[in-house]
Write a protein that binds this ligand. Sequence first.
Ligand SMILES: NC(=O)c1ccc[n+]([C@@H]2O[C@H](COP(=O)([O-])OP(=O)(O)OC[C@H]3O[C@@H](n4cnc5c(N)ncnc54)[C@H](O)[C@@H]3O)[C@@H](O)[C@H]2O)c1
Length: 385
Amino acid sequence: MTEPIGVAIVGCGYIADAYRHCLPLHGESLRLRGAFDRDSARLEAFCRHWGERAYGSLEALLADPEVAIVVNATDPHNHAPVTLAALDAGKHVYSEKPLAMTRDEAKALRAQAAAKNLRLAAAPCNLLGESAQTLWKAVRDGAIGAPRLVYAELDDGMIHRADYRNWLSRSGKPWPAHGEFEIGCTFEHAGYVLTLLCAMFGPARRVTAFSALLVADKQTDEPLPHPAPDFSVGLIEFDGGVVARVTNSVVAPYDHRLRVIGEEGTLEIREPWDYACPVTRRGVSQGRLARYLERRLGGLGAAKPLPMVRPPAMKPKRGEPTMDFARGIAELAEAIRASRPTRLDADFAVHIAEVTEMLQYPERFPRPALVESAFAPIAPMDWAR
Ligand SMILES: NC(=O)c1ccc[n+]([C@@H]2O[C@H](COP(=O)([O-])OP(=O)(O)OC[C@H]3O[C@@H](n4cnc5c(N)ncnc54)[C@H](O)[C@@H]3O)[C@@H](O)[C@H]2O)c1
């Protein structure tokens, strides 16, 4: 039997509940030893709801020899200090995204992990989901011939007009609107497609981006001192020659379509946040009638769903997460056990952080921005080869 690896969560906010919900999916592999939040009311609510142990301080959590992996689920401004403290205490770290707020900060974290001979991995982990693995396998198997172009939308609707004040996590934490608007939707969301695209098409080499703050007054309860861009669009050129246009906004209507366009057709997933999202394929419209139908109806016949590489491992009920947030931690734990690199390792996380910063803050880089970081090719999941 596999000995479970001890995990502790730092940051008991909105998303910590989703992590806790997903951890039992990996019961054999991971054991939650406890949690800490510097806000004692939040910590108490989390631990009471889930029946978990509350550490009295970050130092106490980091001093627990049963904890091998620290899950950093703090808000992004606290990612770097908490990750550094955990590495300094000799813990492996799985960080929520973005790994850090700047490329340089991300590189410093990676250097510290290497100096300490510890693993550093980062969310998002939807690349490890059934839907993403099915898409990737279809690309590898030539389902659309040579891939050329990607259109990825991460438009989340007008969040500031939505009733987000009523969005509560399982232990009662409100969705952190203030923080999300200050961090920016690109920092918050781009990773969900960048991880897929970088894994499939190789490191990004050049980024040409534009971002803007379109709605400065988000009508938050407290004013936003530094609202981040709420719209970005970037063109990413990959090593292998594929070009991707990635759009992020909390302005345009909800649309999370990811389309990979090849010489022989297009693959599409409508929701990269859903591990069970079908992957559909549509062929290229060639003849006159087919092109007419594409103009009028969007294509000849329905786009065909491809068989999933395996049935989705999670079956969420209404209101439950559609992503297994703990799969990245389980992947890290398996990598530690097997002494192999983890698929979401520090090089990959630095690369995603760098490209994300280029998308959200293009003015910080030359134009086009040349991506410095790279990563070793990532292996598909064993069950998706
Ligand atoms: N909200 C979402 O829908 C969502 C979804 C996926 C991922 N994420 C990511 O998860 C992370 C957390 O997001 P959230 O929505 O849960 O934020 P949140 O603001 O609700 O929770 C963050 C928690 O971290 C705690 N914290 C901050 N610094 C700390 C420190 N030094 N020590 C201990 N506790 C500390 C805060 O008190 C707070 O309770 C972010 O990186 C975010 O990008 C959020």
